[in-house]
Design a binder for this molecule. Structure first.
Ligand code: FAD
Length: 290
C-alpha cells in the first residue's frame, strides 16, 4: 500500500455556466473530503478565464477552507493586468501560484512574456516570497522543445528563477517520470516533482487532448479504449481506466513520487475511485460535502 501521507492536489477549470458551476461544486466538495494539500484552478487559453479563475479560487477557499491556488500564464493583456491580478491574490492571502507560459489561442500573438521562466522571475522579483510557485514539466518532453535536453535545460532555468515545486504533464508510462526525475536530479534540481494524473473516463477526448499536448497513450491502452468506445461500452472504459490509473499511481508512489496532482476535469468519480484504491481517502474534520 502506498504511503498514506502522500500529498494530493486536485485541478479544476473555471465553470462557464450555472449548470457547470453546480457540477464543479459537487466535485469540489466530494474531493475536499480527501483533505488535499491544495486545489488549483486553470487559467484559460489567452487569459480568457481570468475573472472566472479568480472567482473559482476564492470560492474554493471560502467553501472548503482548503488552500486554493490559481494558475496564471503569460497570456494576459499586459503586465499591468498581471500585476493587478497578483496584487489581488496577495490581498486575499493566496499562498501558491501555478505559473505557466500558457497556450496561445489560435491566431493570436505572443503573451506578455515569451516563456514561463520570465513570469516566474517577474513574480519573484516583485512579490518576494509571498507565493509558493509551482511550474509545469514534461516527462515526455514539451512538443515545442527542439530536443529533450533543451527542454530539461529550460525546466532547470524555471527552477533557478524561483520555482518551489513542479507538476508534470500527464503520462501513462511510469518509466518516463522516473527517468525525468533522475535526469533533473543530475542537473542539481532538488524541488519536488509531483506527477500529474489524468483519470481515464473516455477515449475520443483523451486521444484528441493527448495529441495536442504531446502525451503518449500506449497502444495497449489506446486500442482497448478505442474498441470499447466504438462499441459504446462506457462501463468497460471506466473500469479499465480505473485499474490502469490506480496501477500507475501505485508504481509512482512506491517509486518515491512525493504526491499526486489529479486533472479532475471538474468530475470527482474517477479521481475518488483511484484515491480509494490507493488508501488515500482520508476524511478529516475540515472536509465538507458528501
Ligand atoms: P515554458 O516553460 O515556457 O515552455 C514552453 C516551451 O518553450 C517548451 O518547449 C520549452 O522547452 C521552451 N522554452 C522555455 N524557455 C525557453 C527559452 N528561453 N528559449 C527557447 N525555448 C524555451 N495552460 C494554460 O493555458 N492554462 C493553464 O492553467 C494551464 N495549466 C497547466 C498545468 C500543468 C500542471 C501543466 C503541465 C500544463 C498546464 N497548461 C496550462 C499548459 C501549458 O501552458 C502548456 O503546456 C504550454 O505549452 C507550456 O507551458 P510552460 O509553462 O511549460 O512553458
Amino acid at each position: 500500500m502506498p504511503d498514506s501521507t502522500a500529498q494530493l492536489s486536485f485541478e479544476f477549470f473555471p465553470p462557464r455556466s450555472a449548470e457547470q458551476q453546480a457540477v464543479f461544486e459537487q466535485a469540489r466538495d466530494r474531493l475536499a473530503a480527501l483533505s488535499p494539500a491544495y486545489m488549483s484552478v486553470t487559467f484559460g487559453a489567452g487569459g480568457s478565464t481570468r475573472d472566472r479563475t479568480r472567482e473559482t479560487v476564492f470560492g474554493i477557499a471560502d467553501a472548503t477552507g482548503i488552500e486554493a491556488a490559481p494558475h496564471i500564464s503569460c497570456m494576459a493583456e499586459s503586465d499591468d493586468d498581471i500585476v493587478k491580478l497578483l496584487d489581488d491574490y496577495q490581498a486575499h492571502d493566496i499562498k501558491r501560484l501555478v505559473v505557466l507560459r500558457g497556450d496561445r489561442p489560435s491566431g493570436s500573438g505572443a503573451g506578455v512574456f515569451p516563456y514561463a521562466v520570465d513570469l516566474v522571475r517577474f513574480v519573484r522579483e516583485r512579490y518576494g516570497d509571498t507565493f509558493d510557485i509551482e511550474v509545469a514539466c514534461y516527462p515526455e518532453h514539451h512538443p515545442e522543445s527542439r530536443t529533450p535536453n533543451d527542454d530539461l535545460q529550460h525546466f532547470r532555468a524555471k527552477v533557478a528563477a524561483g520555482a518551489d515545486g513542479a507538476i508534470t504533464q500527464y503520462f501513462f508510462n511510469a518509466e518516463s517520470y522516473f527517468r525525468f526525475v533522475e535526469e533533473v536530479r543530475s542537473l542539481d534540481v532538488a524541488i519536488p516533482i509531483v506527477p500529474g494524473i489524468m483519470p481515464i473516463t473516455n477515449y475520443t477526448g483523451l486521444a484528441r487532448f493527448s495529441q495536442m499536448c504531446g502525451a503518449e497513450i500506449p497502444l495497449w491502452i489506446a486500442k482497448r479504449l478505442k474498441a470499447w468506445d466504438e462499441a459504446g461500452d462506457r462501463e468497460s472504459i471506466a473500469s479499465f481506466g480505473e485499474e490502469v490509473v490506480t496501477e500507475l499511481c501505485r508504481r509512482l508512489l512506491d517509486g518515491g513520487a512525493p504526491g499526486l496532482h489529479f486533472y479532475t476535469l471538474n468530475r470527482a468519480r474517477a479521481t475518488l475511485a483511484v484515491c480509494r484504491n490507493l488508501g488515500l481517502d482520508r476524511p478529516t474534520e475540515a472536509a465538507v460535502g458528501s
